[in-house]
Design a protein around this ligand. Structure first.
Ligand code: 5GP
Length: 292
């Protein structure tokens, strides 16, 4: 018997982290299949670019479809002469086709709305763009929850849902957020269900969120289109943050330092738009809906 190679503690830790990440990716795919958000063909497509999904057992995937379950999944595999231990990457062409016939796409991709994530450094004008987009009627704009105190002109349920720390903790625990992140000492999260409902109804959804949250969305919904909104210049961003007047000097300084780090993250985004004029950004975003 071959002797397994000895791993260093570092290699073991890396292997462990990789398998945890793979399990999370698979769990997210199964959850979305269960909700009817991903069809079998969509999962096969995702598996082409994602090793964790490619290595998922077919039985495990079939079980996640509503109304299938373990016993039916195994019976189906037997009928189609596919081994119970087969992984997606090991399926032959005929086996794939036979499986696809069993699962006609319930959710035609074309019927689902597009998920657009508008992100970028704090102070770049994301919320102004989001407001203008909401007014066009082309997008359903998500309302986030936050632990931040409401500013004087903000309305609960319109600008944000203002949560206590306890309410936010409980929403995180119950997995009610599609993503959430801490920003400048407060927490912000996107309520999952309204977004999923809107997408299923064929509406295009806009999330206006900071960058860590945008990354989480891309991980759990790779088809999301990530837009990075850039300031026309660094000086412009500084003057917007200073001119805001609603934050304390400490909060402003923290926001500036963060904005500098955030600007360096443009690489993970699908598109980058310079916020010179709000109308132009709005037109580009509406254009994206029709192009992709
Ligand atoms: P503000 O406190 O100025 O309204 O927002 C601060 C930052 O939080 C902004 O960059 C805004 O885009 C971001 N933000 C608002 N809602 C969410 C959310 O649901 N999730 C995440 N990750 N960021 C959010």
């Amino acid at each position: 018997m071959p002797i397994p190679p000895k791993l260093t503690a570092q290699q073991r830790a890396a292997a462990l982290a990789k398998s945890t990440a793979s399990r999370q990716v698979r769990a997210a795919v199964k959850a979305r299949v269960k909700l009817g958000e991903l069809s079998l063909s969509a999962v096969f497509d995702l598996a082409q670019n994602d090793e964790a999904i490619a290595k998922m057992r077919v039985a495990e995937l079939l079980e996640s479809f509503a109304g299938v379950g373990k016993i039916r999944a195994l019976a189906m595999l037997e009928r189609l002469q596919i081994s119970q231990t087969r992984r997606i990457q090991g399926l032959g062409v005929a086996q794939r086709q036979n499986l696809l016939k069993e699962f006609p796409d319930r959710v035609a991709a074309a019927q689902r709305g597009k998920l657009i994530v508008l992100s970028g450094p704090g102070g770049v004008g994301k919320s102004t763009v989001a407001k203008a987009l909401r007014e066009t009627g082309e997008f359903w704009v998500s309302v986030s929850a936050t632990t931040r105190i409401a500013r004087h002109n903000e309305v609960d349920g319109v600008d944000y849902f203002f949560y206590s720390d306890e309410e936010f903790d409980s929403a995180v625990k119950s997995a009610l957020f599609l993503e959430w992140a801490e920003f400048a000492g407060n927490r912000y999260g996107t309520p999952r269900k309204p977004v999923e409902d809107a997408l299923r109804d064929g509406k295009s959804v806009l999330l206006e969120i900071e960058i860590a949250g945008a990354k989480q969305v891309k991980e759990s919904a790779p088809e999301a289109i990530l837009i990075f909104l850039q300031p026309p210049s660094w000086e412009e961003l500084v003057s917007r943050l200073e001119g805001r007047g609603t934050d304390s000097p400490e909060r402003r300084a923290a926001r500036l330092a963060l904005a500098q780090e955030e600007l360096a993250q443009v690489g993970i985004f699908d598109h980058s738009l310079v916020n010179e004029r709000v109308e132009e950004v709005v037109a580009s975003l509406i254009g994206l809906l029709n192009n992709r």
